[in-house]
Design a protein around this ligand. Structure first.
Ligand code: PEP
Length: 259
């Protein structure tokens, strides 16, 4: 049986100046022993402006560094964008792709998310690919259809990479129902587990048994220290992607401790 390391990933969104990010890393030093690397990967996905130098500070407290977004092109005339190589320069090991806020407010398509996933893997970063249904889609009973569509194109592109022998490296899929993000309303653990089972079966069907066993699936949507356990106890849920509750040191540490 494959043992998948749990992942507790903080998404700071557009919060924290450089000074505030430094203060967070500094305060984490007090909790260094609680952020043990053995059973859990603890991760902070910080805004671009805070990435430089933050990775070194987080490493000292066993926390990894990630970004929240990335462009798929290697380089070029893409004002305001950032490439995989640039994120790597800054020490990012992970990158969130296709967060619902990017899909909703910046019109990121399933296809763009799929391309970015391949580019991140090529650059040896771990992509965290976000999928999830809106409230109206959920009410229409379309959760599984939406998640299958969003993931379908990602998996097709990964299958092509695999056929070329170029699929190398781990990836993470975050199931984040849009209605649960930042709303204080979270999915029931059973509903999240049902979608995670679907995701794992789609990965297995497209990329094979090994990939299906190894892919880490995390839940996101109003996760807090007092509810994270109910999710990570589910057999197909390997951690959480957390926005609001990752912004304070005490609650970030408590999230890691609960896993
Ligand atoms: C997120 O930003 O991905 C998220 C899940 O936010 P929150 O935990 O605040 O709902």
């Amino acid at each position: 049986m494959t043992i998948r390391k749990k992942l507790v990933a903080g998404n700071w969104k557009m919060y924290k100046t450089l000074h505030e990010a430094d203060a967070f890393a500094q305060e984490l030093v007090e909790y260094r022993d609680m952020l043990s690397p053995s059973s859990v990967d603890a991760l902070i996905c910080a805004p671009f402006t805070a990435l430089c130098g933050l990775g070194e500070k987080l490493k000292q407290v066993h926390v990894k560094l990630g970004a929240q977004h990335m462009h798929e092109a290697e380089q070029g005339a893409w004002t305001g964008e950032i490439s995989a190589a640039m994120l790597q320069d800054l020490g990012c090991e992970y990158v969130i792709l296709g967060h619902s806020e990017r899909r909703q407010f910046f019109a990121e398509s399933d296809e763009a998310v799929a391309k970015k996933t391949c580019v991140a893997l090529d650059a040896s970063m771990v992509p965290i690919v976000c999928v999830g249904e809106s409230l109206s889609e959920r009410e229409a009973g379309a959760t599984q259809t939406v998640v299958s569509r969003q993931l379908g194109i990602v998996l097709e592109m990964l299958q092509l990479q695999k056929a070329k022998g170029a699929l190398d490296g781990a990836f993470v899929i975050a199931y984040e129902p849009v209605w649960a993000i930042g709303s204080g309303k979270s999915s029931s653990a059973q509903d999240a587990q049902d979608v995670a089972t679907l995701i794992r079966s789609l990965v297995t069907a497209t990329l094979g048994q090994r990939a299906g066993e190894q892919v880490r699936i995390v839940y996101g949507g109003s996760v807090k220290p007092d509810n994270i356990q109910t999710y990570v106890q589910q057999p197909d849920i390997d951690g959480a992607l957390i926005g609001g509750a990752s912004l304070q040191v005490a609650s970030f540490v408590a999230l890691v401790e609960q896993v």
